[in-house]
Design a binder for this molecule. Structure first.
Ligand code: PLP
Length: 413
């Protein structure tokens, strides 16, 4: 929390990979709650790093992992186990044809990286396109198509990485729309792309809802049009469902919204329920072609049984407890409560909810960090939502009492 320091001196042995650390140490976590070593309970509206969508330490995941600890945790990469075979089959059944081939990996960056490797090998091209304000991971390759952060200071990006303006109607990047995007940004973006390309356009990668660069929801039909623009150029469409996959949007996958079938999908965060599990999914034809050309992605933890066992438990719980429908219902409830707050607090500046026991992300939707990201577990109760809203309300009141006139920065960005 800004202004408060972590007292635990042992943190001096850690590289500060994200600037700093939370001003407490966590002792345990359960459901939507984390508890610090000092006994403070904090309502977690971020599901950890947006992974624990069943809530922290879900008993079904714990049981699956305990079983894996007794049976098999890790294997040589060319050996397969029951949980891996079962999870691949379950995932393949969740995706529409022709998506039917799965590789089980560990992180979202890796799943995107593998998707782009497959796209390059299949098309024989190398130019990659992402959206401004996008985030797909921080490894060197995939970071080239992150346009929300983390370029400065790390040297050259991959040659042939291009950005298309994000469909951000509230601050229209091409100064055309106001409040409702009509996809002009997409058309303009592809026009620019055609003029800059050296004739090797390979793939367009996007999040179904942009997250880290501000919560940006593309308009209806956006991905349908993107699909057409890709097809016209022989490009592949890659969707990064790290945050949107497995129920977060009230549907199993974000791409279902437009009824578009991508060529490659990367899933991660929400699949492992807190365990490092990710997957890239593609068609039989792309897999066949890449294998014929010598596709290689052997890592230490590819196809590991333990995280696969956790992933199977996640899918079981989502299905058995109807969490996709529940996410839609709780999402509507949360939105309703937020709209009530909106009528009372028109402008919002810095809000220190953490001090009051609520953990949320603030993300950058312009030149400053100015957008709350709430991603509570899909299992959250209405009472917990009410409590979160109460804390947010109290924090807003406290801030606005201190600073009655907080300026918004819409036009500046
Ligand atoms: C949309 C999206 N893609 C990819 C990633 C990268 O995933 P990981 O941190 O597991 O590498 C993230 C992480 O926040 C993300 O939000």
């Amino acid at each position: 929390m800004e202004g408060e320091r972590l007292e635990d001196d042992r943190a001096r042995f850690l590289i500060r990979y994200a600037g700093g650390f939370a001003p407490f140490v966590v002792a345990r976590a359960e459901g939507a709650w984390i508890e610090t070593t000092e006994g403070r309970r904090i309502l977690d509206f971020t599901s950890g790093q947006i992974c624990s969508t069943l809530g922290h330490n879900h008993p079904r995941i714990a049981a699956a992992v305990e079983r894996a600890l007794e049976e098999v945790v890790h294997l040589n990469s060319w050996m397969l186990s029951e949980p891996v075979l079962a999870l691949a089959e379950r995932l393949a059944a969740l995706f529409p044809p022709p998506l039917e081939k799965v590789v089980l990996l560990n992180t979202g960056s890796e799943a995107n990286e593998v998707a782009l490797k497959l796209a390059k090998m299949h098309t024989g091209r190398f130019e990659l396109v992402g959206l401004t304000r996008s985030f797909h991971g921080l490894l060197a390759g995939i970071a080239s198509v992150n346009f929300s952060m983390a370029h400065a200071g790390y040297g050259p990006l991959l040659p042939g990485a291009f950005a298309v303006p994000a469909p951000y109607a509230y601050r229209c990047p091409v100064r055309h729309c106001d409040g409702a995007c009509d996809c002009t940004c997409l058309e303009v973006g592809f026009e620019l792309l055609d003029e800059q390309s050296v004739g090797s356009l390979c793939a367009f990668v996007a999040e179904p809802v942009l997250s880290a660069g501000g919560i940006i929801v593309p308009p209806d039909g956006y991905f349908g049009r993107a699909r057409e623009l890709c097809d016209e150029r022989g490009m592949l469409l890659v969707l990064d469902e790290a945050q949107t996959g497995f129920g977060r949007l009230g549907m199993m996958f974000g791409f279902e919204h437009d009824g578009v079938v991508p060529d490659l999908v990367a899933v991660s965060k929400t699949l492992g329920g807190g365990f490092p599990l990710a997957a890239t999914i593609t068609s039989g034809a792309i897999e066949e072609d890449c294998v014929r050309k010598g596709f290689l992605h052997v890592t230490s933890h590819v196809s590991d049984p333990l995280p696969a066992a956790a992933g199977l438990a996640v899918l079981d719980v989502i299905e058995e407890e109807g969490l996709v429908g529940q996410a839609r219902q709780r999402g509507d409830y949360l939105l309703g409560r937020l709209r009530e707050l909106q009528t009372e607090h028109e402008q919002v500046g810095d809000v220190q909810c953490l001090r009051r026991g609520l953990s949320m992300n603030i993300v950058r939707a312009g030149s400053s960090a100015n957008c709350f990201r709430m991603a509570p577990p899909l299992t959250i109760s209405e009472e917990e939502i009410d409590l979160g809203i109460e804390i947010l309300d109290a924090s807003l009141r406290a801030v606005l009492a201190r600073r009655p006139a907080v300026a918004t920065s819409r036009s500046a960005t």
